[in-house]
Design a protein around this ligand. Structure first.
Ligand code: R5P
Length: 296
């Protein structure tokens, strides 16, 4: 088995290969003057099981195309089996037609990954797991919740509550809170689909002095900033923000700080300045298990 990290996940791919004691073969990657991507595998893959590790942010369209190039090339060069490890799968939030005529973008993305020749797909905390049922190859969606919980456990001042900023993150909050033996709760968030702005309702939050807000993605930071403002009004002393995928658009970190968040922590599913937690361990484990596994 060989690990091929794409340009979006060089370090993460190396970590996975090292944890699994596998060869890590970096492809040659260039960008032509007009912006087109070029990839070339640097070692033969014929007859081998190939694991391509490529996240799809920042620059989702370019990263996606590079992923497809790598998968297709490995198949063309007769790899035995290609596993696409895509820690952050872009476009997952557009998982249905919210308005008449919209493209269900994630269906297109999944279709492209399969058509390029991936035999298996492995991702981390996809926005809604059900969407993976649309892809007709085996898949696994792993959760980084346990890694987030370990990070929280190591803090000098631990939270007594994990708060999801919306119903969609409720499961993530539960999975973080349970191993820590603390409470979890979720807020009602209303998003204006036209403007993207969000409103958060202050409903039934259990009493806590230290709270960690947890979400799958931090994009503009508005969801967590709103939740933090609600907590501040209730006199919560310390607020941490945790996410799996730190997309961090524009001034997201400033927005969170202004809202009273003491520290923001994310994983390296998306490389960023706050990616203090690695998903290499859970991904390596999942890749090792995948041979036996079914979709989950
Ligand atoms: C959507 O519901 C996701 O789970 C996140 O809550 C959302 O992407 C966060 O976006 P933002 O940081 O822009 O509020």
């Amino acid at each position: 088995m060989v690990v091929i990290p794409g340009p979006g996940s060089r370090e993460l791919g190396e970590k996975i290969a090292s944890l699994m004691n596998l060869t890590c073969s970096h492809p040659i990657y260039r960008v032509f003057p007009d912006g087109e991507s070029y990839v070339r595998l640097s070692a033969p893959v014929a007859g081998k099981d190939v694991v391509i590790v490529q996240t799809t942010y920042p620059n989702q369209d370019k990263r996606l195309l590079e992923l497809l190039f790598l998968v297709k090339t490995a198949k063309d060069l007769e790899a035995r089996r290609v596993t696409a490890v895509v820690p952050y799968l872009a476009y997952a939030r557009q998982d249905r037609r919210f308005a008449e005529g919209e493209c269900v973008s994630i269906h297109v993305v999944l279709d492209m990954i399969r058509t390029a020749g991936a035999d298996k797909l492995l991702t981390v905390d996809i926005h809604k797991v059900d969407v993976l049922k649309k892809i007709s190859i085996p898949w696994v969606n792993i959760s980084a919740a346990g890694e987030l919980a370990k990070h929280l456990e190591s803090r000098a001042v631990r939270p007594s509550l994990i708060l999801a900023p919306d119903a969609g993150a409720r499961d993530l909050a539960r999975k973080i809170a349970e191993p820590l033996g603390i409470e979890h709760h979720f807020l009602k968030k209303i998003r204006n689909r036209e403007t993207g702005s969000v409103r958060t309702l202050d409903e039934g939050i259990p009493r806590a002095e230290v709270v960690a807000i947890a979400d799958d993605i931090i994009s503009t930071g508005s969801s967590i900033a709103n939740a933090a403002s609600v907590l501040r009004k209730r006199g919560v002393r310390r607020i941490y923000a945790y996410c799996v995928h730190p997309v961090l658009v524009g001034g997201a970190l400033v927005k969170l700080k202004d809202a009273g968040v003491e520290e923001v922590v994310g994983t390296d599913s998306v490389p960023s300045e706050i990616s203090a937690i690695t998903v290499a361990g859970v991904l390596a484990e999942a890749v090792a298990q995948f041979g036996k596994g079914s979709s989950s």
